[in-house]
Design a protein around this ligand. Structure first.
Ligand SMILES: C[S@@+](CC[C@H](N)C(=O)[O-])C[C@H]1O[C@@H](n2cnc3c(N)ncnc32)[C@H](O)[C@@H]1O
Length: 205
């Protein structure tokens, strides 16, 4: 298997790809979290971006609520599964007036989007990205977010139990995005050992 541009897989891309192939992607519950469902209830449908979309559960949820969704993930098996799931939800998505497409790419290296999004979602992607690549991620978020967009970000804290996942702390989120986004809200959870947190960011502009 190769990466989107036929270059060899990076170490982290291979790790995620293998987890999907072996069926060990334990985050892949098929359930959208209340933080997302509440946001969708409070917003009018528009354009959404799911960063590190995995097998597309949340893309489909948003599309079934009328959103025009793009999902990006660098693990091809996850994208293949997402495409199959999207096909099997085609009727409910169309009935809601939604639309969804997913593609395989590294979110730290994406060119300018054709369309800007009113809603960005990342559940557990940023915290797995090596520190040296996080500026590229921040650039993608900045490029995709329309002025006033909501960026709903869920991150795990660093945890020695998970050496392959560098983790993220609130100060880093504030520093990475502070120039272009305002932190509106933050909530901490106890998920898996070292903990996790949600951040509600608002694109300035
Ligand atoms: C913990 S999983 C969460 C997946 C999905 N958001 C969910 O909630 O089911 C993190 C996802 O981010 C993807 N990912 C990690 N780094 C990435 C990168 N640099 N570019 C694109 N996808 C990435 C992984 O392949 C994986 O599917």
């Amino acid at each position: 298997m190769s990466s989107p541009d036929d270059a060899p897989l990076s170490e982290e891309q291979k790790r995620f790809t293998d987890l999907y192939v072996s069926g060990d992607a334990r985050w892949d519950t098929g359930i959208s979290p209340p933080e997302l469902t509440e946001a969708i209830q409070s917003l009018s449908p528009g354009v959404a971006l799911d960063i590190g979309c995995g097998t597309g559960t949340n893309c489909i949820y948003m599309a079934e609520h009328g959103w025009n969704v793009t999902g990006i993930d660098f693990a091809q098996p996850a994208i293949d599964t997402a495409q199959a799931k999207i096909s099997s939800h085609a009727e409910t998505i169309a009935a809601a007036g939604g639309n969804v497409r997913v593609y395989c790419a590294d979110v730290t290296q994406i060119a300018e989007p054709a369309q800007r999004a009113q809603l960005l979602l990342d559940i557990g992607c940023l915290n797995g990205i090596p520190f040296a690549k996080r500026q590229g991620y921040a650039q993608t978020a900045q490029n995709f977010a329309a002025p006033g967009a909501l960026f709903l970000l869920y991150t795990h804290m660093p945890d020695p139990q998970f050496p392959g996942r560098p983790g993220c702390v609130p100060d880093e989120v504030d520093e990475l995005f502070g120039q272009n986004f305002t932190v509106e809200r933050r909530e901490f959870g106890e998920d898996r050992g070292a903990g996790s947190f949600w951040t509600w960011l608002r694109r300035k502009g």
